[in-house]
Design a protein around this ligand. Structure first.
Ligand code: GLV
Length: 351
């Protein structure tokens, strides 16, 4: 007699690395044996490798870095669904080489993130959080004409570095503020898109020199590490502001703190940090920087939509559900054809 095998044991196992929305993640249970993480956890590389070892797939967040080391012992791993549009936490080359499909969550967060980019820009230029802190500290003894003077957005020049979907969303918002928009991007956008966004393509140096406000929205890669360094900051007007909603590693934070402390830049708004969740004491000590904890996409509806898309991706990438074999938003689509064959073979073998 064979020992009885439960449904759960016979199904592919997936790992969910952080608590997300239970009602959405619960959809995975219709197809897989789900191993969830009950509390927000900082997983070590070894813990990630251990969690992935027996899994066919994983639903992860940008807190989990997954590269060759984490997947080395994960012989059955076929899909990683990242809850996030940026995926610099994934070594896509290593995943691709191992035949593992990677997916992300673009589009569903575009407008929410553009909203936040604009909110951070306004808070930075008009010194909103600095003013609130000042008031709460009891420093408002008398109304004065020259208290906390900031910079205008309307009529100013906005520089956008990284003109993907979110950058374009910020440009469209800027039109409503009568801003002149310059953008820099790996490639120039089609004329029709430039016109719709009311944006003009310019070189990186020109954007930095001309803009009254610069917003960074480009994806992180080693090629853009510390793209905004002391030299780039030195090109900016001393009255200008810099906003980063991309990734921390794009800005040399020491050089930024130095420019802010020494009056070479008026203010900065940062939602992302090189060593997050740690924030450099040099930045924490400054009044002219607005600091938020990586929340640009954090509206309830959008965070739910991101998890839902990631769940759809994982189900489909593992050959289940209505889109079996066709996850909506793959990062390495080249793997898909090969992965589909692998999935079908694995299913036939009852894996
Ligand atoms: C957030 O930073 C994301 O990439 O979705």
């Amino acid at each position: 007699m064979f020992p009885a095998v439960s449904m759960a044991e016979s199904r592919p196992r997936v790992w969910v690395s952080q608590p997300l929305f239970d009602d959405i993640v619960g959809r995975l249970a219709a197809h897989f044996d789900v191993r969830s993480t009950g509390e927000v956890t900082e997983h070590s590389p070894q813990a990630i490798a251990d969690a992935l070892r027996e899994c066919a797939g994983a639903l992860i967040t940008l807190n989990e870095r997954i590269g060759a080391r984490e997947i080395a012992a994960a012989a059955s791993l076929r899909a990683i669904a990242n809850v996030g549009v940026g995926y610099n936490n994934l070594d896509v080359a290593a995943l691709t080489q191992a035949g593992i499909v990677a997916t992300n969550t673009p589009d569903v967060l575009t407008e929410t993130t553009a909203d936040f980019g604009f909110a951070l820009l306004m808070a930075t230029a008009r010194r909103v959080t600095e003013a609130e802190r000042w008031l709460r500290e009891g420093q408002w003894q008398q109304w004065s004409f020259s208290t906390l003077l900031g910079a205008d957005l309307h009529g100013s020049t906005l520089g956008i570095v990284g003109m993907g979907r979110i950058g374009q969303g910020i440009a469209r918002r800027a039109r409503g503020f009568d801003m002149r928009v310059l953008y820099h991007n790996r490639s120039r956008l089609p004329d029709a898109v430039e016109q719709e966004c009311g944006a003009r393509y310019a070189g990186f140096d020109e954007v930095f020199a001309q803009a009254d406000h610069v917003v960074l929205v480009l994806p992180y890669s080693p090629q853009v590490h510390h793209l905004v360094d002391a030299a780039a900051l030195a090109k900016m007007k001393p009255t200008a502001t810099l906003v980063n909603i991309a990734r921390g590693g794009i800005v040399d934070e020491i050089a930024l703190a130095d420019a802010l402390a020494n009056g070479r830049l008026a203010a900065a708004g940062l939602d992302v940090y090189e060593g997050e969740p740690a924030v450099r004491p040099e930045l924490l000590a400054l009044r002219n920087v607005v600091l938020t904890p990586h929340i640009a996409s954090a509206s309830l509806a959008t965070r739910r939509a991101m998890v839902s898309l990631a769940v759809d991706n994982l189900i489909a990438a593992l050959g289940e559900g209505p889109d079996a074999g066709n996850p909506p938003t793959p990062v390495n689509p080249d793997v898909l054809a090969a992965a589909t064959i692998k999935t079908i073979t694995a299913k036939r073998q009852g894996a």
